[in-house]
Design a binder for this molecule. Structure first.
Ligand code: TMP
Length: 201
């Protein structure tokens, strides 16, 4: 049996999938009934900030170094004695994260060896995974519609490979992990309702 972090909810999806909107909506709804913290990877902590610079093309590195940076950022995110997810969960809080190690297996899995990625990301699983499954071309349209600079992975061919990797990872989850795939083409309200039914079950 794998280690599983009880009370830890993770949202996953491609860039532009709508997962951050759904994570915020779930946080707002859960807040009425429990102590809930919304967080994200890459984090705002020092290693996460360096990752953001790589994504914005301000720092150049190799794909292998980037995979290691994501894993290092995650170790701090989970185990930092002051603000780590483990500590928050131990205090009885519910934690929602916008991305977790499943993103590393899916995104870095396009260029890096899958077994090596699993090894450097041998972190505990989350109790819940909510995958907002939006097709790559809709995601790219949304990113372009926002008028923001494109980040490192914002290319349709890349995102299509990432989506396949996500599906492979979620097809092979260990027993005990509660997984929900949400059709990202549904309207925002309908998606939120499906997610709420799943979490409050
Ligand atoms: P965001 O768009 O959700 O803020 O994520 C930033 C980018 O980082 C996005 O393109 C996905 C990518 N990413 C990885 O490649 N590996 C990871 O482990 C994580 C957490 C994110």
């Amino acid at each position: 049996m794998c280690e599983l972090l009880s009370g830890f909810i993770v949202f996953e999806g491609l860039d532009g999938s709508g997962k951050s909107t759904q994570a915020r909506r779930l946080e707002a709804r859960l807040k009425a009934e429990r102590d809930v913290i919304l967080t994200a990877e890459p984090t705002d902590n020092p290693v996460g900030q360096l990752v953001r610079k790589v994504l914005r093309h301000q720092v150049k590195t190799t794909s292998t170094a980037l995979a290691l940076l994501y894993a290092a950022d995650r170790s701090d995110h989970l185990f930092n004695p002051e603000y780590g997810i483990r500590r928050l969960l131990d205090e009885g809080k519910t934690v929602i994260s916008d991305r977790y190690f499943y993103s590393s297996l899916a995104y870095q899995g396009v260029t890096e060896d899958f077994e090596w990625l699993k090894k450097i990301n041998s972190y505990p699983y989350s109790e819940y995974i909510i995958f907002i499954d939006t097709d790559a071309s809709s995601c790219i349209q949304r990113i372009e519609g926002r008028g923001e600079e494109k980040e490192l992975f914002d290319r349709i061919e890349y995102l299509e490979k990432v989506r396949k990797n996500f599906i492979r990872v979620f097809d092979n989850l260990p027993e005990g992990v509660k997984y929900l795939r949400v059709d990202g083409s549904l309207d925002i309200e309908t998606q939120s309702k499906i997610i709420w039914d799943f979490i409050s079950r």
